[in-house]
Write a protein that binds this ligand. Structure first.
Ligand SMILES: *Cc1c(COP(=O)(O)O)cnc(C)c1O
Length: 393
């Protein structure tokens, strides 16, 4: 950056440039370092490294230069002090909880979260003495009422999957801090290109890099971003010992994904908005969930909090599961897969896939009806996507 200008570089510049440290080879693109360990000049140098006196690479479960470039770039995009990359989005959530919570602690979570995250809280953290209370995402009073003296962490996703419910990050951050809790936000649907939760008061941002950060459905990975004393110590301490680290190859793929993130998100948003508006006019569609529609209950909040409405559109078709499956099976372009954040449009039936392991009661509480279809709008020609959905409607 020119030194006469202390303006912070823009998001697109950071996405292309941040975190790269060129080697003496003078490579232009970021290199991949596929090495499990690192060599030392001498036994004394090794000892200094292991004691922490000399900061540097020891072993790729702890640090790797390609992974570090990805971490520094994502931290810059989220406006965070520190980022730790993980093997998956779920391991990012698990590492955050395992690194920062203790047996006897309590979590308050939005009810509208990724299915596996719900199961992590109910089936696994519970085994280690960490209880979770689930509340309605948009009801700040319910969040406040659920907080106990032993509550350490509030957890949410906004917009949520698959109903795109929007939570008020600022209000929940204020509540968390007034009650001595941390606010953790899963920023998977928006990415830092559309929403920066740390700037709104959140303490920690979670990513499934598998989704939009990759952007082309190639690799599984995740990340945790936040202050150094939380992420750089608690979360990193868990990761380097327990081991769900990101591979250098995956980090390199995600780095390349970040370079086009802003451009892709704009295109995803534009097509999703147009598709949502078209769906709204279809007689066999009962309801469309998209924050960019004036009919969305948190449309104004989304307009304030996000710089775009995202690429996920969910809608309920008349006729329940049979009609939803017929629509899905009539498509020829959309991929029938539960992944999202891909250049390829994906279509899924949440009740029997992503949320299929929940009990019918849990599904009803989360608002996942049998007629609900989720489309993660990709980068194909919009008219082709509309024709693809028209066939089954
Ligand atoms: C996919 C997803 C996750 C989990 O990420 P993985 O990379 O699949 O482990 C977490 N949160 C949200 C919102 C997701 O969509």
């Amino acid at each position: 950056m020119p030194d006469h200008d202390d303006r912070r570089p823009g998001l697109e510049t950071l996405a292309v440039r941040a975190g790269q440290h060129r080697t003496p080879e003078g490579e232009h693109a970021e290199p991949i370092f596929p090495t499990s360990s690192y060599v030392f000049e001498s036994a004394a140098a090794a000892a200094a490294r292991f004691s922490g006196e000399d900061p540097g690479n020891i072993y790729s479960r702890f640090t790797n230069p390609t992974v570090r470039t990805f971490e520094e770039r994502l931290a810059a995009l989220e406006g965070g002090e520190c980022c730790v990359a993980t093997a998956s989005g779920m391991s990012a959530i698990y590492a955050t909880c395992a690194g920062l919570l203790e047996s006897g602690d309590h979590v308050v979570s939005s009810r509208s979260i990724f299915g596996s995250t719900t199961l992590l809280f109910t089936n696994f953290l519970r085994k280690f003495g960490i209880e979770t209370t689930f509340v309605a995402q948009d009801d700040v009073d319910a969040w406040a009422a659920a907080i106990r003296p032993e509550t350490r962490l509030l957890f949410l996703e906004t917009p949520s999957n698959p109903l795109t419910e929007v939570a008020d990050i600022r209000a929940l951050a204020d509540l968390a801090h007034a009650r001595d809790c941390l606010l953790v936000v899963d920023n998977c649907f928006c990415t830092p290109a559309l929403q920066q939760p740390l700037a709104l008061g959140a303490d920690i941002v979670i990513h499934s890099a598998t989704k939009y950060l990759d952007g082309q459905g190639r690799c599984v990975g995740g990340a945790v971003v936040g202050a150094r004393d939380l992420v750089g110590e608690g979360v990193y301490g868990f990761l380097r010992t327990c081991g769900p680290s990101m591979s250098p190859f995956n980090a390199w793929v995600f780095l390349k994904g970040l370079e086009t993130l802003s451009l892709r998100m704009k295109a995803h948003c534009a097509s999703a908005q147009a598709l949502a508006e078209w769906l709204q006019d279809q007689v066999n569609v009962e309801r469309v969930h998209y924050p960019g529609l004036a009919s969305h209950p948190q449309h104004e909040l989304a307009s304030r909090q996000q710089s775009g409405y995202g690429g996920i559109v969910s809608f309920e078709v008349k006729g329940g599961q049979a009609a939803a499956w017929k629509l899905i099976d009539s498509t020829r372009i959309c991929s029938i897969t539960a992944n999202l954040g891909d250049a390829k449009t994906t279509i899924t039936h949440p009740a029997t896939t992503t949320h299929g392991r929940l009990t019918p009661e849990q599904r009803a509480e989360a608002g996942i009806s049998d007629g609900l279809v989720r489309v993660a709008v990709g980068l194909e020609t919009l008219d082709d996507l509309i024709d693809d959905l028209r066939r089954g409607l």
